[in-house]
Design a binder for this molecule. Structure first.
Ligand SMILES: [Zn+2]
Length: 255
């Protein structure tokens, strides 16, 4: 039986700004560990965050380029969690009033895998967006046999999150979505979107279901995939092979 695949993507993009989201530390790839830090991005008591207006402008510009609404009122929220890469124990993010709402990503024909371009099912498809919001990135943990080290150079850098609707129907469309989105980000000078440097990473939500079933199948969430070392097509092909398990009827449960 052929199963229907449904994919939603949450893409995290490091914005191309000179300084961090809430302090004046430079955003720079390849600096010595913990070189670009200050009391604010180290989460020290008494530090006072100051908003980076350039990051807001770039996020709004992303919203305009992707045909989103940009509401006049937006706000910040605390997302609490306990983890060594975020010593103040909360991340500054946006919950119910994000900077951009709706919109969509047009899937350009040339952004599909080359051997698939002659058999595109729905040329000109637009994948809807739920929202775009802004948050601060966390520090980078490196685990080894002797222990874990933490580099705070990345802590507090502006991170834009672009959330799609579950409207991506195949691995090839997911590939085209990411490629098309990357081109918009680079064209607008919003990000270098260099996947090898982790400037564009994504969470994948995928489910498969039998053709005669309306409700989505069991949703699998995969967090923080670095796209450059990630074989999307191979990965989703494997998921489709397991469709008989994942697409079994019954209430969806996350795994
Ligand atoms: Zn700082």
């Amino acid at each position: 039986m052929n199963y229907i695949t449904t994919i939603g993507l949450e893409v995290h993009v490091q914005l191309k700004t000179e300084s961090k989201m809430f302090c004046a530390c430079p955003v720079m790839y390849g600096a010595e560990p913990n070189e670009n830090t200050c009391p604010t991005c180290l989460g020290l008591p008494g530090a006072l965050p100051v908003l980076n207006g350039g990051a807001i402008e770039k996020t709004i510009l992303a919203g305009i380029m992707l045909d989103c609404e940009t509401p006049p009122v937006s706000k910040w929220d605390r997302k609490n969690y306990f983890y060594p890469d975020m010593p103040k124990n909360y991340q500054i993010s946006q919950f119910d009033l994000p900077l951009c709402i709706g919109g969509g990503v047009s899937l350009y024909d040339h952004c599909y895998p080359k051997d698939f371009q002659k058999s595109i099912m729905s040329s000109g498809k637009v994948v809807g967006l739920t929202r775009i919001h802004l948050e601060e990135d966390v520090a980078k943990s490196t685990h080894s046999e002797s222990g874990t080290t933490i580099d705070f150079n990345r802590a507090g850098t502006p991170l834009m999150e672009i959330v799609s609707e579950p409207e991506i129907d195949s691995p090839e469309e997911a590939f085209a979505y990411l490629n098309s989105l990357r081109q918009v980000l680079i064209y607008g000078d919003l990000s270098d979107a260099d996947m090898e440097k982790g400037q564009m990473r994504c969470d994948v939500n995928v489910s498969v279901r039998p053709p005669d079933q309306d409700e989505l199948g069991v949703k699998i969430e995969l967090k923080n995939m670095w796209i450059f070392n990630f074989d999307f097509l191979g990965f989703f092909a494997i998921l489709r092979d397991f469709g008989s398990i994942l697409g079994s009827p019954g209430p969806s449960k996350n795994s």
